[in-house]
Design a protein around this ligand. Structure first.
Ligand SMILES: *[C@@H]1O[C@H](CO)[C@@H](O)[C@H](O)[C@H]1NC(C)=O
Ligand SMILES: *[C@@H]1O[C@H](CO)[C@@H](O)[C@H](O)[C@H]1NC(C)=O
Ligand SMILES: *[C@@H]1O[C@H](CO)[C@@H](O)[C@H](O)[C@H]1NC(C)=O
Ligand SMILES: *[C@@H]1O[C@H](CO)[C@@H](O)[C@H](O)[C@H]1NC(C)=O
Length: 471
């Protein structure tokens, strides 16, 4: 049993999958994380309570003094200095220095059996340091998870200022608070810091490790390895693969690792590989939706060319001779997955399809006219739209060959213009409408991308962005 468990834990390390998507947090991103973390720790520290202190002590020349310090209230916590540093290979270390607390309470004494006195006091805690090491790893769902691996807290000085009563009593309380107050504070700080750290996990659990794209596809963003942490960045290696919803069939190609450039102007960089985009193409091809009927109503009214045997007859007279004055319909069907290549500043998609042209008989029977093989190359523009990745494509090149003709041989080049128009007016607008809706990027909680830019590099695209978390 134990051996099985041991082997299971070894498994992810031995079966290494190259990531399709990488998310890198730079020092600037880590620093934004520090600000959020400090705000959370500060509000946790505000819940600190110092219990009432009471007892009896012997004071020279006075004798037994009964005292009580009660109703200690925390008025203010300040964390003016902090640093969050990456720890190579493990996580981050948070160091808080020069922190302070201001508390107020009431004192009461009774001595020589009948003398009572009371007043209030201010307690200033200064030079508070907190150091905690946080491990960042992948949980069993492939999301990042954090845990505190060490924490220490120490109080520099406690200064008391009494209001009312005799001055010597303040000296008495000074020793008491030094002893009890310091211990009580130091004991409470680390558990609170630990709570603040572990409260990050529900937030991290909102990561969209399986993001729904549309009715056909979803994209898997789970981590394929532990985060890669260096002294300048934290990189999450994500699977970044599209799948048919509920049916995870692997494409006949795999991701190849890519390295992100060393940039640090933005908080976060996302690298999205050609593999990820190609896996989308594979999914839509296997889902059978990369086939489309083109009908006359998809050709703008203003166009003199109609999808009829009459219009086609101008270029291929046999069409009109054999099937006079009939409407037509084209079936465009991808023969294989389109392939995307990324070259610097250039995204190109190669697609191969067959086009079958039909004449529509008055009784609705489709009579095939010819079958063409069409190869086209389209260029893509991609951009970040909100929290999604969107795109737009334009036709670059097209090449047709005649596969079968039912109307006799003809020169396929004569149809070039028509098919360019059909692609530009019938196919690409539909595709661009879909591409404009966008594809989900890896996200955590209510994350907003600010001032993002996208560049196409060799084999992947790079998004540089700042982030904002909204409450
Ligand atoms: C990071 O580590 C490398 C060596 O591993 C070192 O050369 C470099 O100075 C370090 N950078 C910082 C910012 O600490
Ligand atoms: C983009 O890349 C394709 C193929 O990789 C190439 O044919 C085309 O000329 C390139 N376009 C530009 C503008 O560099
Ligand atoms: C439809 O019309 C065509 C041409 O007139 C004819 O060849 C075909 O048999 C008809 N089909 C049916 C189902 O009536
Ligand atoms: C067009 O396709 C033919 C046959 O597949 C091929 O020989 C030719 O090189 C292609 N031309 C272009 C410009 O892609």
């Amino acid at each position: 049993m134990f051996l099985c468990l041991a082997l299971l834990t070894l498994l992810p390390a031995t079966v290494s999958i190259s990531p399709g998507v990488k998310v890198e947090l730079t020092q600037k991103g880590i620093d934004y994380g520090r600000q959020l973390g400090i705000a959370s720790i500060q509000s946790k520290l505000k819940t600190i309570r110092i219990p009432d202190i009471s007892g009896t002590t012997n004071v020279p020349a006075v004798g037994k003094v009964k005292y009580s310090l009660s109703g200690l209230q925390l008025l203010d916590v300040g964390l003016p200095k902090s640093a969050l540093d990456l720890v190579t290979g493990s996580g981050v270390r948070l160091s808080i220095g020069d922190a302070y607390m201001k508390l107020r309470g009431n004192w009461k004494v009774k001595y020589l059996k009948f003398i009572t006195d009371h007043g209030s006091f201010d307690l200033n805690v200064n030079g508070l340091t907190i150091t905690t090491s946080i491990k960042i790893d992948s949980d069993d769902t492939g999301r990042p998870a954090v845990s505190t691996i060490s924490c220490s807290a120490s109080v520099g000085s406690l200064k008391i200022q009494c209001h009312g009563g005799d001055k010597w009593m303040c000296d008495l309380f000074k020793d008491l608070l030094e002893k009890f107050g310091r211990k009580s504070l130091e004991k409470q700080i680390c558990p609170l810091v630990q709570t603040a750290v572990s409260e990050l996990n529900p937030e991290l659990k909102t990561m969209n490790v399986l993001a729904k794209v549309d009715q056909y596809a979803e994209i898997e963003y789970s981590m394929v390895s532990s985060p890669v942490i260096s002294n300048t960045s934290l990189v999450l290696n994500l699977k970044g693969e599209f799948y048919n919803i509920g049916k995870h069939q692997e494409p006949p190609f795999t991701a190849t690792d890519f390295s992100m450039p060393t940039e640090a102007n933005n908080m976060m960089y996302m690298g999205i590989s050609a593999f990820t985009v190609n896996s989308a193409a594979f999914v839509y091809t296997t889902a059978g939706i990369l086939s489309l009927y083109i009908t006359d109503d998809m050709i703008p009214k203003s166009s003199p060319f109609r999808l009829t045997t009459k219009s086609f007859g101008i270029f291929v007279p046999q069409v009109e001779e054999k099937f006079p004055d009939l409407p037509m319909k084209l079936l465009v069907k991808a023969v294989k997955s389109p392939t995307v290549t990324f070259e610097p500043d250039n995204m190109t998609i190669q697609a191969a399809a067959t086009v079958t042209a039909y004449a529509i008989q008055p009784n609705a029977t489709l009579s095939p006219l010819f079958v063409l093989s069409l190869e086209s190359s389209v260029s893509g523009r991609v951009f970040v739209s909100g929290i999604k990745l969107a795109g737009e494509v334009t036709l670059q090149k097209m090449n047709m060959t005649l596969v079968t003709s039912y109307v006799g041989d003809f020169r396929v080049e004569s149809l070039d213009k028509i098919f360019k128009m059909v692609i530009n007016l019938g196919i690409l607008p539909k595709l661009n409408e879909r591409l404009a809706q966008g594809y989900p990027l890896p996200m955590i909680g209510k994350m907003k991308l600010v001032s993002s830019q996208l560049h196409i590099l060799k084999d992947y695209m790079l998004i540089g962005t700042d982030v904002q978390f909204m409450d």
